[in-house]
Design a protein around this ligand. Structure first.
Ligand code: AMP
Length: 434
C-alpha cells in the first residue's frame, strides 16, 4: 500500500515524501483512516513502529479541514500527553516535519527547564500542544493553559505513564478536557490498569495492534565482537576501513564517549563527526546533513541525539557501547536495513557489558552471531564488584548519560583501583556460557 491510498492532503503527502517515507508502516495503515473518520483508537504499539505519524498526520489533517469552533482566538485543539521530555520533543519535531506549510502552530511543554519560553509559546497561540503531565498541570494551575476546546486528545505510552506514577496526573488532565472529544490511547503493553484507563477514556474504540518492534529487526544482519574496553577503538578503526562499509552510525553511551571516539578515529586517520545533546542544534543538523550527503562517512551519536535520524541507505550501525536499555538496541539497529535494503548491525561487548548484552538478546529472542577479531576479549573480570546496568550516576536534563570523571588508578587496575585478572580467551569464558 502507498500513502496515496490513505486520503491524506497533498501537502501532507509532500511532507511525508520529504521525510523519506515510501510506504506506510502497519500501524499507520491501520490507524490513519480511523482517526480521519473521527473514531477513538486503542493502539497497542511501541515507539519505533511509526506510531507518531499514525496519529500526527490525521490530526494535522482534521485540524486543517475542520475549522476551529473559536474563530476569535487560537485555542489548543489537540493535546498529546507524553511520559518523557525526550518523547515529547521527538513528537513535537515530528509534528514540525509532517505539518510543514500548514497554518497550524504547535508547542512542547515539559519540566526541568524554565517555563518562560513555554508560556510565551502558549501566549502566541498553539493549536497543538505536546506535553508531559507534571509541567502541564503546573501551567494549568497558573492559568496559562486551558483545555476547554481540545478536540483530539492523545495519551501516548500509557503503560509508561503508569510505571512512572503519572496516573493521577493523567486523570487530572483528563478532567480538564471537554467530554466531547476524540481520544487516542497508545501503549506498548496492555496491563489491566491500562485497559481500565482505556475503558474510562475511550468511547467505542477501535483496537489497533501491531507487532512489537522486535519483529522488524530480522532483516538486519547482526553480529557481535567481544572486545576489551581499551581495544574497542582499534576494532572500530579496523572495521571502518573495511570495503563493504559505506557509512556507519556509531552509538556511544555518553556525550564524553562520543567526543572521545571522534578524537580516537581522527588519530587513526578516519574522519568522523559526533552529535550529542551538548552540541547546538545547528551543529547537530549540519553534522547530520554532511552524513546524509555522504560528505562524512561516520557519525558518532548518543541514543538521544540519534533519535529520529533517518539516513537512506545507511549500511552499518555499530554499537560501540551496549545500550542502557535493551529496547534502545532495536531503535539503534532499525536505522539501517530500511526500505528493503540490507543493513548490518555490529555490537561490541566488553566484560562490564555482558549483562546488558544478555538483556538485549532476551528481548530480541536470539543470540547474536559472534565474530572473531585481532582484539579478543582478554579481561574477564568485571571492573565493578557487581556489574551494574550502565545507568549513569548522572543523567543530563535531556536524559543522556553523562560520564563520570575517571577515578585515578594504579597500573593494572582497569581504572577501578581494584586488581583485574587477565586471562587468555577460552580459559575463563565471557560469562555467557557459550
Ligand atoms: P516512531 O515509532 O513514530 O517513533 O517512528 C520511528 C521511526 O520511523 C522514526 O525515525 C520515523 O521517522 C520513522 N518512520 C515513521 N514512519 C515511517 C514510514 N512510513 N517509513 C519509514 N520510516 C518511518
Amino acid at each position: 500500500m502507498s500513502f496515496d491510498h490513505l486520503n491524506l492532503l497533498p501537502i501532507l503527502l509532500k511532507n511525508i515524501r520529504g521525510a523519506g517515507y515510501q510506504t506506510p508502516t502497519p500501524i499507520q495503515e491501520a490507524t490513519i483512516p480511523l482517526v480521519l473518520a473521527g473514531k477513538d483508537v486503542l493502539g497497542c504499539a511501541q515507539t519505533g513502529t511509526g506510531k507518531t505519524a499514525s496519529f500526527a498526520l490525521p490530526i494535522l489533517q482534521r485540524l486543517t479541514e475542520v475549522p476551529s469552533s473559536r474563530r476569535d482566538a487560537r485555542v489548543i485543539r489537540s493535546l498529546i500527553l507524553s511520559p518523557t521530555r525526550e518523547l515529547a520533543l521527538q513528537t513535537w519535531e515530528n509534528f514540525q516535519i509532517y505539518g510543514k506549510g500548514l497554518p497550524l502552530q504547535s508547542c512542547v511543554i515539559f519540566g526541568g527547564v524554565g517555563q518562560g519560553a513555554q508560556v510565551e509559546a502558549l501566549h502566541r497561540g498553539a493549536d497543538i500542544v505536546i506535553a508531559c503531565p507534571g509541567r502541564l498541570l503546573d501551567l494549568m494551575a497558573q492559568g496559562f493553559v486551558r483545555l476547554d476546546w481540545v478536540e483530539i486528545f492523545v495519551l501516548d505510552e500509557a503503560d509508561r505513564m503508569l510505571d512512572m506514577g503519572f496516573i493521577h496526573d493523567v486523570r487530572r488532565v483528563v478532567r480538564a478536557l471537554p467530554e466531547k472529544r476524540q481520544t487516542l490511547l497508545f501503549s506498548a503493553t496492555m496491563p489491566p490498569e491500562v485497559e481500565k484507563l482505556a475503558l474510562d477514556l475511550l468511547t467505542e474504540p477501535e483496537d489497533v495492534k501491531v507487532d512489537p518492534v522486535t519483529s522488524t529487526v530480522d532483516a538486519i544482519d547482526q553480529c557481535l565482537y567481544y572486545v576489551d574496553k581499551g581495544n574497542k577503538k582499534h576494532l572500530l578503526a579496523h572495521l571502518l576501513r573495511s570495503e563493504d562499509l559505506e557509512n556507519a552510525l556509531v552509538f556511544a553511551r555518553t556525550r564524553h564517549g562520543v567526543d572521545r571516539i571522534v578524537r580516537d578515529l581522527k588519530r587513526a586517520g578516519i574522519y568522523a563527526e559526533g552529535i550529542h545533546g551538548d552540541k547546538s542544534q545547528n551543529a547537530r543538523q549540519n553534522a547530520l546533513k554532511r552524513f546524509k550527503t555522504g560528505e562524512c562517512r561516520v557519525l558518532v551519536a548518543t541514543d538521544i541525539a540519534a533519535r529520529g535520524i533517518d539516513v537512506a541507505g545507511l549500511s552499518h550501525v555499530i554499537n560501540y557501547d551496549q545500550p542502557m536499555e535493551p529496547e534502545a538496541y532495536i531503535h539503534r539497529i532499525g536505522r539501517t536495513g530500511r526500505a528493503g535494503r540490507t543493513g548490518k548491525a555490529i555490537s561490541f561487548c566488553c566484560i562490564d557489558e555482558v549483562k546488558q548484552l544478555n538483556q538485549v538478546e532476551k528481548l530480541i529472542g536470539k543470540r547474536l552471531r559472534e565474530e572473531k577479531s585481532d582484539w579478543p576479549m582478554e579481561i574477564t573480570t568485571p571492573s565493578e564488584p557487581r556489574p551494574r546496568p550502565p545507568r549513569p550516576a548522572r543523567v543530563s536534563p535531556s536524559g543522556e548519560a553523562v560520564a563520570l570523571r575517571k577515578r585515578s588508578a594504579g597500573p593494572g587496575t582497569a581504572g577501578t583501583g581494584r586488581p583485574v585478572q587477565r586471562v587468555r580467551r577460552g580459559s575463563a569464558g565471557n560469562g555467557r556460557g557459550r
